[in-house]
Design a protein around this ligand. Structure first.
Ligand code: FES
Length: 116
């Protein structure tokens, strides 16, 4: 992704936003929190530290509006969206995307994927 010439330097090489939104159990849209996103975020934070990825940040986010596809996260500055359901998924995103600047196509959300 190219950046405007006047844009300041990135504060973080990669900035991850993990949806932590929680809705009532009977809400038809569901939510990422009920699908395990808090544990995924905690795991990713711990693993990032273990891997020495001190130039990335893993923040919590509110609803990213892809609820049915979650648990969802997005990585900036690239703006790549992922479904991250398991520790294995999180490890793959950490190693392939966040560490090595690759992509994990099997977990990427479609551009037009939205909640129902
Ligand atoms: S609740 Fe996570 S994307 Fe909406």
């Amino acid at each position: 992704m190219s950046r405007e010439p006047e844009a300041p330097p990135l504060r973080y090489r990669k900035h991850v936003f993990v949806c932590m939104n929680e809705r009532p159990a009977d809400d038809p849209r569901g939510c990422c929190a009920a699908k395990g996103s808090p544990a995924i975020r905690e795991y990713m934070k711990r693993r990032a530290k273990e891997l020495g990825l001190s130039d990335i940040r893993i923040n919590q986010a509110g609803c990213l509006d892809v609820c049915e596809a979650g648990p969802a996260l997005v990585v900036y500055p690239e703006g790549v969206w992922y479904r991250c359901e398991t520790k294995r998924d999180a490890d793959e995103i950490l190693l392939v995307h966040l560490r090595d600047d690759g992509r994990v196509p099997r977990l990427m959300l479609d551009r037009d994927e939205k909640s129902g």
